[in-house]
Design a binder for this molecule. Structure first.
Ligand code: CA
Length: 179
């Protein structure tokens, strides 16, 4: 009895909400694997879909390396386009970085798509940006408090040294445009 009332309330809410919005297209759903620099993307990574540069769906990874499943009740990345978006290309971003793997917006379809993205240079924590934590991490490598990661050899001299710590610090304070 209570279920029925909830269902009717839901339908009523939908009916009230519908006239306010443009005619919605059925969503398209995606699931698959997601890797950054060849490794499974960590849990918490955000995958975003865009059509014409506008965000049209996103999902936060609950499990490393996977952004949704094929099973009926699995979470999936739901892409909701607007009127006129059908058959337009969808671009996918992993932590804000454009991923290899595109799809054409086909409303009502659920599909599998594996996404691969390059990591952001200097983003050792994998949170999609270079922050003070990454600067500190490189400083720790330089003084031997952390294992030197070849990816921190920004100046390409074969060692992680003070020059690299300076470089990521300069990049962090926007004194240089790139690492
Ligand atoms: Ca170096």
């Amino acid at each position: 009895m209570r279920m029925a009332r909830t269902a009717w309330l839901f339908i009523l809410l939908l009916a009230l909400a519908a006239p306010a919005a443009a005619v919605p297209l059925l969503p398209m759903e995606f699931s698959g694997s997601v890797t950054i620099d060849g490794s499974p993307a960590p849990a918490g990574t955000v995958v975003t879909a865009r059509i014409n540069g506008s965000d049209c769906g996103s999902l936060t990874l609950a499990t490393a390396g996977v952004y949704g499943g094929d099973a009926l009740f699995d979470e999936r990345l739901v892409v909701c386009g607007e009127d006129g978006d059908a058959q337009k290309p969808i671009a996918f971003f992993v932590s804000g970085v454009l991923a290899a793997g595109t799809a054409v917006y086909t409303p009502g379809v659920s599909t599998r798509l594996d996404l691969t993205a390059a990591g952001i240079k200097g983003d050792f924590k994998g949170d999609g940006r270079v922050d003070i934590g990454d600067v500190a991490f490189v400083a720790h490598m330089v003084v031997g408090k952390a294992t030197a990661d070849p990816a921190a050899d920004f100046n390409g001299n074969g060692a992680v040294d003070i020059g690299d710590a300076a470089k990521i610090a300069y990049f962090y304070v926007e004194k240089i445009p790139a690492l």
